[in-house]
Design a protein around this ligand. Structure first.
Ligand SMILES: C[S@@+](CC[C@H](N)C(=O)[O-])C[C@H]1O[C@@H](n2cnc3c(N)ncnc32)[C@H](O)[C@@H]1O
Length: 289
């Protein structure tokens, strides 16, 4: 007799591959869009299955219609949030699009120093920060080029919707190899406080003190007043529908101080309605007029 191994791989059930019916897919896509603004194209059922199958198993639910009933129950808000995180792209790394940090240093930093010396409040925002690498890259760049920043009223706000990512950003601990893209003097600064163990790096206190980590969802009212001298909102809006993208970028423009810079992802575009308020000054970098 031939033995057939019983495996339970990603997307596979004992009764064959798990699929997501169209009605369940539409319900999941609508929830995701309503709660995050993220648009899930109609041909993405296999992505939904591969990213959510482990949640169906954990909840011991037999199929996607049962899963949709579960997450639609207001009592199951935690599972609904886990679904949002599973369907959201959180990819990030230290010094992503490194030229933005050079532009920050060359174009904005001299003005920030002068303004801070005159008593101004300096606020920078990593909006859609994922697990915090973007915010700590900015913090380390700032401190490396302007060590006296700590003597002024300077803060970096780091926000996201993913509870898991926000926990990592708050803990500020990362696998050591994630620091590989960081240019050397700044890498040394990031490594300056020693590590919890050989394979983990904790961002030093001087950087942790600069960064405030908070939950902020772009599709609900924003609990922040600004103004900000720089906003990095990179690789966030790209997953959203056009209307949400436009609302997010317009809201960010409203919170930028005159002369402030907005950095966006290299595949993102600003809505034409902002062309009279924001001027492209370098690659995917805009100055508030
Ligand atoms: C691909 S990551 C980008 C991280 C970082 N900005 C970078 O460029 O490396 C996108 C982040 O946007 C967040 N996000 C998605 N929808 C959001 C929303 N409605 N409000 C706030 N953040 C959101 C996700 O949780 C995710 O961490």
């Amino acid at each position: 007799m031939t033995m057939i191994p019983l495996t339970f791989d990603k997307g596979q059930g004992l009764a064959g591959p798990m699929t997501c019916d169209e009605q369940s897919f539409r319900a999941i896509a609508k929830l995701l869009r309503d709660e995050t603004g993220i648009h899930l194209p109609g041909d993405n059922t296999s992505l939904v299955v591969s990213r959510l199958i482990k949640h169906l198993r954990r909840l011991k639910l037999a199929d996607f219609p049962a899963y949709v009933r579960w997450i639609s129950d207001p009592a199951h808000v935690d599972d609904r949030n886990l679904m949002m995180t599973a369907l959201t792209t959180n990819t990030t790394h230290f010094y992503r699009e490194g030229y933005h940090f050079d532009i920050f240093v060359n174009v904005l930093l001299p003005r920030l120093r002068t303004a801070a010396q005159d008593g101004a409040r300096i606020r920078l925002w990593s909006a859609g920060c994922s697990s915090g690498e973007e915010a700590y890259s900015l913090a380390a760049t700032l401190i490396h080029h302007w060590p006296d920043a700590v003597q002024h009223d300077v803060k970096i706000l780091a926000t996201d919707i993913s509870a898991e990512c926000l926990e990592t950003a708050e803990r500020a601990e990362y696998p050591r190899e994630r620091l590989e893209p960081v240019p050397d003097p700044i890498r040394t600064l990031m490594l300056s406080e020693g590590s919890p163990d050989a394979s983990t790096v904790r961002m030093p206190k001087i950087l942790r003190d600069l960064v405030t980590v908070r939950y902020l969802n772009f599709v609900t009212p924003w609990p922040t007043r600004g103004p900000f001298q720089a906003v990095l909102c990179r690789n966030v809006a790209i997953y959203m529908d056009d209307e949400t993208q436009s609302r997010v970028f317009t809201g960010l423009a409203d919170l930028l101080s005159p002369g402030g810079l907005l950095f966006i992802g290299h595949s993102e575009r600003l809505p034409p309605t902002l062309s009279h308020r924001l001027t492209l000054i370098d690659r995917t970098t805009f100055r508030h007029n």
